[in-house]
Design a protein around this ligand. Structure first.
Ligand code: HEC
Ligand code: HEC
Ligand code: HEC
Ligand code: HEC
Ligand code: HEC
Ligand code: HEC
Ligand code: HEC
Ligand code: HEC
Ligand code: HEC
Ligand code: HEC
Ligand code: HEC
Ligand code: HEC
Ligand code: HEC
Length: 437
């Protein structure tokens, strides 16, 4: 419709129909005047046919002065159907200033735009910096109108689409991932721009803030855990930080984890870390070799004991207190960790026939070894924490200073026998004083 309208005008001009009214007027373009004005690639119809006075009016008596054109849109709508205005109207158009962007005579750009690069045109009025360290490709390419309407739009900020729909016009893979995801991060479903700066950013991944700070804007409890942690986890501080473990958008795993929880931990805690720092155990290997896994680990719940965001103690990111030494003076608080899940009575009663299998008759050998003011043996003396070869997670050996002290534990039908580095072979028999009573 519009095209036909313009075509008719063009034809009319060429046939001198429109132009005929101006016949009496002299043309402004002569050999001497305004010649250069037409040496551009795209020339506007009326200018091409030198119909200067369809837009310009000479000031009477002043041969070479035009009446200033205040509202160019009025001129334009003489020939062009007026642009249909939507809810949001771009500043220059509100003022009728079409020629802020279009050269009414013509230019080297399509649509007679004034600047060669679209972004240069827009940036002549807007202070958007497209040269960020992590720029958004369409913005760096200067393709502003792929997202913004230049004239008018029903959407805020003149956008071509509202909200996340805009992003999905290009990031369509992500859109389909959302459809298939088990767990969706609320802000991602609602507003991509709650984390990303759409025009680019100096932070990684186009985030508005450095990643931790970005997450902390909403997760104050984690901020407290991380900043108040006595034991720090390098995984929170290195590389992708929070995104080492969490997917910020969506996941198939609970808590937006990148992987199944235990595999996540073992994806770093394998030979990679140990080859860099031999004093840190290769956990992946440990679990492969030792098939008898501790209860919570059978549930693949490393976080049951460790806080991945940082420990409340300075020892191994543990959530609760547990002695770091071979010996410790006894108090239940010292074993807060084990007693979160096991009964403390295990080590509190000197005599028992029910509370533990580690007894000689009714003499509680847990009490005997652990419950001492000085040099109480910590649980690690005899038990592996994560996984073991033997039943009851009895260790093969235990680090004692630099020495790997052997345990030599043997299970018997009625108890057990050990020949450890610390004392001669001893045997316990639960039936020594039987419960027959
Ligand atoms: C479609 C309308 C239109 C036509 C046709 C037109 N002009 Fe213009 N012209 C304008 C407008 C609008 C401005 C003011 C532009 C601005 O503010 O930048 C202007 C500005 C000018 C200026 C002063 C600024 C400059 O670009 O140097 C001159 C000189 C000029 N026109 C000459 C001509 C001549 C000569 C012709 C005919 C060959 C012509 N114009 C045809 C709309 C037109
Ligand atoms: C005297 C009639 C006339 C006036 C006044 C006029 N135009 Fe045009 N315009 C045309 C014709 C005819 C065409 C189609 C031929 C061409 O591309 O030059 C056209 C084409 C255009 C195009 C290119 C459209 C396309 O789809 O390629 C733009 C942009 C444009 N005009 C902007 C303006 C602006 C801005 C004004 C006001 C400053 C204006 N025109 C005033 C007659 C006019
Ligand atoms: C802020 C800059 C800007 C202003 C102001 C502006 N335009 Fe445009 N206009 C553009 C751009 C950029 C395009 C190219 C279209 C695109 O890339 O989507 C365009 C395209 C056009 C076209 C051709 C394509 C189409 O959409 O039909 C016409 C006709 C047009 N403008 C007329 C006008 C008129 C009339 C006015 C004033 C009422 C005006 N423009 C004001 C930037 C502007
Ligand atoms: C001649 C100066 C000028 C040019 C050129 C210009 N703009 Fe604007 N733009 C304005 C003014 C004036 C406003 C309204 C003032 C405001 O709200 O900040 C505005 C508003 C906007 C807004 C909405 C801001 C808001 O807060 O709602 C966007 C988006 C925008 N322009 C994008 C563009 C794009 C994209 C281009 C290039 C196609 C462009 N502008 C070219 C002057 C210009
Ligand atoms: C990938 C899409 C996209 C591209 C490309 C893009 N913008 Fe935007 N722009 C947006 C979105 C989305 C907003 C709204 C931001 C918000 O609400 O926080 C916006 C907002 C704006 C605003 C309003 C002021 C502000 O910062 O909120 C201006 C002005 C603007 N853009 C200009 C530009 C210019 C100039 C370009 C080209 C150099 C450009 N935009 C390229 C999507 C884009
Ligand atoms: C016009 C197409 C287009 C639109 C619309 C678009 N993007 Fe992009 N975006 C790209 C391209 C191209 C890349 C680079 C390739 C890639 O990483 O997939 C990219 C990359 C990104 C990146 C990765 C940057 C990095 O450092 O790795 C983020 C984040 C991003 N876009 C967010 C958004 C958001 C948020 C929106 C909506 C507000 C959006 N994009 C809209 C085209 C687009
Ligand atoms: C909670 C903050 C947050 C929100 C909300 C968010 N993102 Fe991201 N986004 C990130 C972080 C952090 C990364 C980098 C982490 C990574 O690569 O694993 C990222 C990476 C990206 C990337 C590049 C890497 C990739 O996965 O392809 C794109 C593209 C992207 N986001 C687009 C989007 C879009 C589109 C939305 C809205 C649907 C969105 N983001 C919402 C935080 C967010
Ligand atoms: C704009 C606010 C906002 C930002 C920024 C934000 N989140 Fe969230 N996050 C939420 C909301 C809201 C929930 C849902 C809480 C609920 O359901 O109780 C949530 C939930 C979560 C969950 C738990 C999901 C579950 O299944 O329980 C994790 C993990 C998470 N966010 C990680 C992150 C990470 C990592 C970042 C930084 C990349 C981040 N968040 C940035 C608002 C935010
Ligand atoms: C080493 C991996 C790892 C890193 C790094 C990590 N997290 Fe987590 N995060 C987890 C695990 C595992 C859980 C689930 C723990 C649980 O169930 O108690 C979790 C849970 C969460 C939750 C949900 C808490 C709740 O109570 O439901 C939020 C929110 C969260 N993390 C945010 C973050 C933020 C923000 C960062 C960056 C400062 C971060 N995480 C870094 C592994 C990690
Ligand atoms: C992105 C890699 C990465 C992931 C994933 C990861 N860690 Fe770590 N972890 C490290 C690094 C690096 C260290 C520091 C090693 C060193 O001291 O050389 C570390 C150290 C530790 C330590 C010893 C801390 C200390 O103070 O001695 C524990 C315990 C630990 N991680 C547990 C976990 C658990 C549990 C998970 C799963 C929830 C996990 N890690 C996931 C990288 C990771
Ligand atoms: C029952 C509680 C508990 C569970 C569950 C647990 N840990 Fe531990 N973890 C500990 C304790 C206690 C230590 C300190 C061991 C010691 O020094 O005797 C430790 C130490 C570590 C260390 C440091 C190892 C070293 O000495 O170099 C890493 C790494 C670690 N755990 C990772 C994990 C991973 C990965 C998981 C899940 C597969 C996990 N832990 C599950 C309690 C637990
Ligand atoms: C998060 C809970 C939890 C914590 C903390 C915990 N355990 Fe366990 N433990 C279990 C579960 C569950 C079993 C398996 C019980 C079963 O199989 O009946 C188990 C089994 C054991 C066994 C073997 C029992 C048997 O019958 O084979 C020993 C030994 C043991 N734990 C020692 C410890 C020590 C030492 C600590 C402290 C370092 C500790 N546990 C911390 C949950 C926990
Ligand atoms: C001197 C070695 C030694 C120490 C120290 C020790 N245990 Fe044991 N524990 C054993 C032996 C041996 C068994 C196996 C008893 C049997 O079944 O014959 C055992 C069994 C267990 C069991 C399985 C249930 C039971 O009592 O039979 C749990 C749970 C347990 N220990 C927890 C702990 C905790 C918690 C600590 C630290 C507070 C600890 N142990 C310290 C040697 C020890």
């Amino acid at each position: 419709m519009k095209k036909i309208f313009l075509l008719l005008i063009t034809l009319a001009m060429m046939n001198g129909l429109v132009y005929s009214q101006g016949k009496s007027k002299e043309s402004c373009v002569t050999d001497k005047c305004h010649v250069s004005t037409s040496s551009v690639k795209f020339i506007h119809g009326p200018f091409a046919v030198k119909d200067c006075q369809t837009c310009h009016q000479l000031v009477p008596n002043e041969k070479h002065k035009f009446i200033e054109i205040k509202n160019s849109s009025e001129i334009c709508s003489n020939c062009h159907e007026p642009l249909e205005m939507k809810r949001v109207i771009h500043g220059p158009l509100q003022k009728g200033n079409c020629v802020a962007c279009h050269n009414p005579h013509g230019s080297n750009q399509q649509f007679f735009l004034r600047k060669g690069k679209l972004s240069e045109l827009c940036l002549s009025c807007h202070k958007i910096n497209p040269d960020k360290k992590n720029g958004h490709p369409p913005v760096m390419d200067g393709d502003c109108t792929i997202c913004h309407q230049p004239h008018t739009s029903d959407n805020e900020k003149l956008l071509v689409q509202n909200g996340n729909k805009l992003c999905f016009t290009c990031h369509s893979d992500l859109e389909s991932e959302f459809a298939d995801a088990k767990v969706i991060h609320k802000p991602a479903a609602e507003k991509c721009l709650s984390c990303h700066d759409v025009h680019g950013s100096d932070n990684e991944f186009m985030l508005a803030k450095e990643i931790q700070a970005q997450c902390f804007t909403c997760h104050d409890n984690i901020k407290q855990q991380v900043t108040n942690a006595i034991g720090k986890h390098k995984a929170v501080e290195e590389d992708k930080k929070c995104a080492n473990c969490h997917s910020p958008h969506l996941s198939q795993m609970p808590k937006l984890l990148n992987q199944e929880p235990m595999s996540l931990c073992l994806s770093c805690h394998d030979n990679k870390l140990t080859s860099k720092n031999p004093s840190i155990t290769n956990m992946k290997n440990l679990f492969e070799i030792n098939k008898n896994w501790h209860g919570p680990i059978r549930e693949k719940d490393c976080s049951g004991c460790h806080n991945p965001h940082g420990g409340k103690t300075d020892f191994r990111l543990l959530r609760w207190v547990y002695p770091r030494e071979f010996y410790s003076s006894f108090s239940t608080e010292q074993y807060e960790l084990c007693f979160k899940c096991h009964q403390p009575t295990l080590v509190l009663e000197p005599k028992t026939t029910t509370l533990t299998g580690f007894r000689n008759g009714d003499q509680n050998l847990h009490f005997l070894h652990v419950n001492k003011k000085v040099k109480g043996r910590t649980c690690r003396t005899c038990h592996e924490t994560h996984a073991s070869q033997k039943e009851r997670h009895i260790r093969e050996s235990v680090p004692f200073g630099k020495w790997e002290l052997p345990i030599y534990f043997e299970k018997t039908s009625d108890g057990g026998k050990c020949s450890p580095g610390c004392h001669a072979t001893k045997e316990y028999k639960r039936s020594d004083i039987t419960t027959r009573q």
